[in-house]
Design a protein around this ligand. Structure first.
Ligand SMILES: Nc1ncnc2c1ncn2[C@@H]1O[C@H](COP(=O)(O)OP(=O)(O)OP(=O)(O)O)[C@@H](O)[C@H]1O
Ligand SMILES: O=P(O)(O)OC[C@H]1O[C@H](OP(=O)(O)OP(=O)(O)O)[C@H](O)[C@@H]1O
Length: 210
């Protein structure tokens, strides 16, 4: 049995499309049911998890392979093989602040209060600038922290930029670009080498042909 960790949410549809169109899975997921485990082929099961939890399932070996964003991988620091960039789910991890605060002014301060869903990414970034920070972990609507004054700036994902614009914020610094990644458990990579490398090649061909 080989287990694939599929992300719920934003990456779900593109993930399922790639796996179905490459023929890696032969049946789709009934997303409107409350089931979390699906038989998706002979000896293949899919588990439906939040994108953020995919690295945990793959690192621990409960899933052999999975799909999640680079942002979650960077934050998690999971010890897995990051095998392929799938190209979809594109966004940028960025520092953002009120439009009235310039990059020079913000990064020139001695101390910053930073709100984010990604405390490890934020800590690493500000440490690399030797900037003293207090990091506040939030779970959503992160932009609100910079608007209300809870924090001086935020570290969050930016895609269209609409959420920043509509809340009077702007990007101060881009930290890294993120897309969805195909990740593999380290043991499974060797134990299921034939199937994992076959699947990886199929996805690679699919992406190159797309
Ligand atoms: N606005 C966005 N546009 C494009 N891709 C995004 C955007 N926000 C997040 N992503 C990417 O999609 C992945 C999954 O996001 P999704 O919102 O489904 O789950 P989540 O971040 O775990 O949060 P939640 O389930 O609380 O909404 C993120 O890890 C990121 O790589
Ligand atoms: O640049 P944009 O296209 O506007 O996208 C960026 C927004 O999308 C994500 O939030 P999400 O929709 O997941 O909401 P939440 O984090 O507040 O739950 C992210 O945290 C930003 O708030």
């Amino acid at each position: 049995m080989i287990t694939i960790a599929l992300p719920k949410g934003r990456l779900g549809e593109d993930t399922e499309k790639i796996l179905l169109e490459t023929g890696i899975i032969s049946q789709g997921i009934e997303r409107d049911s409350r089931r979390l485990i699906f038989d998706v082929g002979e000896g293949i099961r899919a588990i439906l998890v939040r994108a953020w939890d995919v690295p945990t399932y793959v690192e621990m070996g409960t899933a052999d392979v999975g799909i999640c964003g680079k942002d979650d991988l960077m934050e998690h620091g999971a010890d897995v093989f990051e095998v392929l960039d799938l190209g979809f789910g594109g966004c940028t991890m960025a520092v953002a602040a009120s439009q009235s605060v310039s990059r020079e002014e913000l990064l020139g301060r001695h101390f910053l209060r930073v709100a984010t869903k990604y405390p490890r990414v934020a800590r690493r970034f500000f440490d690399s600038l030797s900037l003293q920070t207090e990091i506040l972990k939030l779970y959503g609507s992160v932009e609100l922290a910079a608007v209300t004054g809870l924090a001086d700036c935020i570290v969050d994902i930016v895609s269209t930029g609409a959420t920043l614009r509509e809340n009077g914020l702007h990007v101060v610094e881009r930290i890294f670009d993120s897309t969805a990644r195909w990740i593999v458990n380290r043991k499974s990579f060797y134990m299921h080498y034939d199937i994992v490398s076959h699947w990886t090649a199929m996805i690679k061909n699919y992406i190159q042909g797309a």
